[in-house]
Design a protein around this ligand. Sequence first.
Ligand code: C6P
Length: 417
Amino acid sequence: MSHLDPVVTGDTGLDVEAIRAQFPILHQEINGKPLVYLDNGATAQKPAVVIDAVSHCYRSYYANIHRGVHDLSQRSTTAFEGVRGTVQRFLNAPSQEEVIFTRGTTEGINLVANSFVRPNLSAGDEILVTGMEHHSNIVPWQLLCEATGAKLVVVPFSDAGEIDLGDVTARINARTKLVSVIHVSNALGTINPVAEIARLAHERDVPVLLDGAQSAPHMPVDVQSLGCDFYVFSGHKTYGPSGVGVLWGRYALLESMPPWHGGGDMIKTVSFEGTEFAEPPQRFEAGTPNIAGVIGLGVALDWLMGLGLDRIAAHEADLLAYAHEQVGAMDGVRIIGNARHKAGALSFVMNEAHPHDIGTILDNDGIAIRSGHHCAQPVMQRYGIPATARASFGVYNTRAEVDRLVASIDKVKRLFA
Ligand code: C6P
C-alpha cells in the first residue's frame, strides 16, 4: 500500500472517458503508441470548449477592450470583464475587484515583489520562503534583496519533503515583510500546510503570498479559508491558454500599492504635470492584455468548476496513490518526495538511468513526462541529485495510463541492467 493519506477511490463521479473525448490532442499516436500525457505539471492540455472559445472570440467579436464604443469592443469588454466574476467564484474571493489578470504565476509574484514589498523594504528586512520553491518564487526576491540589502530566509524541509511548522515560526520575526510559499510543490508534489502557515504569519502581522501554480488545477481553492493575502496561478496549467494568469489580492492591500507597470488602461488622467492612477484591478493591468486568453481562461475555470474540483482532487489522488504504490515497489527506483499530503506529481530517480534517458525511453513508448530540475534547483541540491523524472497527473489520466508508465519504467530498468 502507498503511504499517502487514504483517498476516495473507485467512483469519484467523473466520467473520465467522456472527459478524455473533449481533448482533441489526446487522441493521437506518438512513436507509434497511443499518447499518454503525464506532463501536466508543466502545462495541461486544452478541452475543445476552451479552444472553441478562443477561436470564437477571434472569429466573431474580437476587438480591443475598454477603448471603443463600437459593438465589437463592447462585446469583447463584456466577455473579458465577465471572467473576473468567474475567477472570484473559482477562488471564493470576496470581490471581483481583487482579481488582476497577469501573464501567469511568474508575473503575479513579480508584481507583488515590486509593487507591494519593494516600496517598504529596507536593508536587514527579510522575506521568508521555503526550500522547495520554484525559481519564480526565489529569483524575484533575490533581485529585491540585491537592490535593497534585504535578506531571503529559507525554511528547510525534511527528507520526505515536508515542512515543520516550528521551523516556520522560528523564522518569522519583526523584520519579516512577507511569507511567500509554494502551495503544492511542482518537484515533490507536497501539499504544504498553507492555512496554518498563514495563521502563524498573521499572528505576527506578516502578510502571506501563496504560489498556487500547482494547486489551482488540482483541488478546491478558497482564498478566504486559506487565509492568505495574495494567491497567484497560471491559466495554462488550469486547462486554459498560456500567457495568462491571475493575481488575487486583498483589496485593502491592492489599494495601498503603487502600480508596477505604467501605460495605457491603468490611469484616470495623465498630463505632463502628473498622472492619477486607476483603482485596482485596472491599476495593475497596463497595456492591452491577452484578451482572448483571458476569455479562454474563464471558460476553462467554468469547465473545471462544472466537473467539481473536489471530484478532480479525488480522482487524481487515486491515480497518484496507485502510481506511488507501484513505482515505490520497484527495485532500483527511488521516489523523491514522500510527504503524506501530496498532489499532482510523482518524481523519481533510477540507479542506472539518468532522468533524461528515462524521459527519452518513455517518449519512445508514447509517454510524455518531464525530466530535469523542474525550475526547482534548490530541491535537487537538497537531495544531491541533478534532476528527476516526473510524471504529473491531470483530470483526463487513467489507471491504465499509470500501468503503461510502470511498464515503461520497467523497460528502462531492463535496458540499463
Ligand atoms: N512549473 C513545471 O514543469 P509560469 O511559468 O509563470 O506559468 O509558472 C511558474 C511556476 C511557478 N510556481 C510553480 C509551483 C510552478 O510549478 C511553476 C511552473 C512548470 O513544473 C514549468 S517550470
